[in-house]
Design a protein around this ligand. Structure first.
Ligand code: BES
Ligand code: MN
Ligand code: ZN
Length: 477
């Protein structure tokens, strides 16, 4: 879908459909010569209640009136929802070009929200089931009195990146192997990509990562993405992503009822790759390192056994007491790599635990961090983009729960509680004293019941947050 901004009035654009929002207690900002919009409100057919829709025809164009509710409550998230609902109706009506009339006196988040909500709602995972006759919007125009073209362009770049992350999450594991993901990453424009294969991973001493990969005939890849080069302002943010392209649970086999969904266990890695792609496309003045650990977790005669002891790159010994707690093993070695590379700050993103889904559901991702100021920055990036994260604690007594009996650490605490927190403490061990934050996105990466995720499945969570975070670092320099 083509996306653009204009300062021309909506009726003077080439759009066949015009979307107009109305706040509670307010009238329409620009009435039509025939007074059709006010009449629709007066008759009660159009309402100011948030999400209420009504349609009018005038001057050879369609007008979709949408209630925006209270002006004070109208934020980026409500803009995404309003845009999603309008897009749904516009598509039903056969709209080809939709023009949104930007409400007066709203901030940039609302502008971006309208673009995001439209593009997210328009997304379909159509790789295996092309929808030949489906009606599609061809273009979105945002009309405002002032120039919003930069915000509209940026929101378009970000949302397309998010939708590509959704494609990656929705693609089944037979068509998205670690090697496929590495090839995909290698094609990202403006980013330098180097890939380690299974032998190189083993030879580099990444025994935890290698142990997870052992069970599969499909070899792993450690994907390293660099953006910015030597001339970009120095401190380097490292983004680390879990990309388990299929998590069967290994010898701790998951039940068949939900196992098919575990193709999305690479969502953290997808968010990292697409955030870097968007940052490169926007040419943000930052220096970034992406590390994506891609592997399958399968049971076989060569799979890691429960009780095996493996050694991570930094020499830490780990008892593998649950082969289904594989994400932290992969991330352990990726974090060692980030630390070795002397990253200034680290954020890892992972569908790490079912525990975080129990705790926070599909509203907030879990945020763990060893540095208060860094945690605040990550949280603010979440608030600003609507990809919400909520702080959960670290504590030495949680860390004590993942001490091993025969090795330094165990990948699964004997006490079956606080699994999201003990998983975070496991990662904390490898991040050490670097400013580090861990996002457990298990509840946010799949089937999130928000109106703009009309196509269920992968959500691409994290792309917008990571770009916002990186952009903030750039402007701080
Ligand atoms: N990929 C799963 C976590 C997950 C669960 C993601 C549900 C999305 C939805 C992870 O590898 C896993 O299996 N975690 C276990 C850890 C446990 C064995 C300590 C879990 O959370 O049950
Ligand atoms: Mn698992
Ligand atoms: Zn997993």
């Amino acid at each position: 879908m083509h996306v653009e901004a204009t300062t021309a009035s909506p009726p003077s654009t080439h759009a066949d459909t015009i979307a107009i929002g109305v706040f509670e207690g307010k009238g329409v900002a620009h009435e039509l010569p025939g007074g059709e919009l006010g009449a629709l409100l007066e008759s009660g057919e159009a309402r100011r209640t948030f999400k209420h829709l009504a349609v009018a025809h005038a001057g050879g164009k369609r007008f979709v009136l949408v209630g925006l509710g209270a002006r004070e409550a109208f934020d980026g998230e409500r803009a995404r929802i309003a845009a999603a609902i309008v897009h749904g109706r516009a598509r039903e009506l056969g709209t080809r070009t939709l023009c949104w009339e930007l409400p007066h006196h709203v901030d940039d988040r609302v502008v971006a929200g309208l673009v995001e909500g439209t593009l997210l709602h328009a997304y379909r995972f159509a790789r295996y089931r092309p929808a030949a006759d489906e009606r599609r919007l061809e273009a979105l125009v945002v009309s405002a009195h002032h120039d919003v073209s930069d915000i509209v362009r940026r929101a378009g770049v970000l949302t397309r990146a998010q939708n590509r992350a959704r494609d990656l999450g929705n693609t089944p594991a037979n068509d998205l192997t670690p090697e496929d993901l590495a090839q995909y990453a290698s094609r990202v424009a403006g980013v330098k990509v180097t890939v380690m294969d299974g032998e190189q991973i083993r030879e580099a001493g990444m025994g935890a990562f290698a142990a997870v990969a052992r069970g599969s005939a499909t070899p792993p890849r450690l994907i390293r993405l660099e953006y910015g080069g030597a001339d970009a302002p120095a401190p380097q943010l490292a983004l680390v992503g879990k990309a388990v392209t299929f998590d069967s649970g290994g010898l701790a086999l998951k039940s068949a009822s939900t196992m098919h969904e575990m193709k999305f266990d690479m969502a953290g890695g997808a968010a990292v790759i697409e955030a870097l792609a968007a940052i490169a496309e926007l040419e943000l003045p930052v220096r970034l390192l992406g590390l994506v650990g891609a592997t399958e977790n399968l049971p076989s005669g060569t799979a890691m056994r429960a009780g095996d002891i493996v050694t991570a790159q930094d020499g830490t010994t780990i008892e593998v007491n649950n082969p289904d707690a594989e994400g932290r093993l992969v991330l352990a070695d990726c974090l060692c790599s980030a630390v070795r590379d002397d990253a200034a700050q680290i954020v890892d993103v992972a569908t790490l635990t079912g525990g975080v889904v129990t705790a926070l559901g599909s509203i907030y991702a879990g945020l763990f961090a060893n540095d208060g100021a860094w945690a605040d920055r990550v949280r603010r990036a979440g608030d600003q983009t609507g990809e919400l994260v909520w702080p959960l604690p670290l504590h030495p007594e949680y860390a004590a729960m993942i001490k091993g009996r025969y090795a330094q650490l165990t990948n699964r605490s004997v006490r079956r509680e606080a699994t999201a927190v003990t998983a975070a403490e496991f990662l904390h061990h490898f991040a050490g004293a670097k400013p580090w934050a861990h996002l457990d996105i298990a509840g946010m990466a799949w089937d999130v019941p928000r109106p703009y995720f009309a196509d269920k499945g992968a959500t691409g969570f994290g792309v917008r947050l990571l770009v916002e975070l990186a952009a903030g670092l750039g402007s701080a320099l």
